[in-house]
Design a protein around this ligand. Sequence first.
Ligand code: FMN
Length: 91
Amino acid sequence: MIFGSPVHAFNLAPAMNAYLNQIPSLQDKKIACFVTKGLPFDSTGGNQAIKQMKNVCRALGGVVIGTAIVNWSMGREKKINQLLEKFGTIF
Ligand SMILES: Cc1cc2nc3c(=O)[nH]c(=O)nc-3n(C[C@H](O)[C@H](O)[C@H](O)COP(=O)(O)O)c2cc1C
């Protein structure tokens, strides 16, 4: 399974958080998570949002096997291609 979300206000987007939290179980599912973000600097929510996604998925019994952060405003195409390559090898 792959979950993707935008970063909102330095965190996982509330809609994605709500969506993940209403899933009854992800027991033993292999999961990759990615986030998209607008700000080009580190420490503007990407790592925090990934951490939040990982925590929810793990709490539901999922096994997170890959993550990626795509900057939407800078080098987007390259990052998307890297994500596809990375996720393509782990499933
Ligand atoms: C309400 C809101 C809050 C946002 N907060 C952040 C943020 O904290 N850090 C960041 O890098 N981008 C932030 N962004 C930019 C989004 O992450 C970016 O627009 C999104 O990943 C690209 O998808 P979209 O085309 O659906 O907006 C924010 C966007 C919105 C609308």
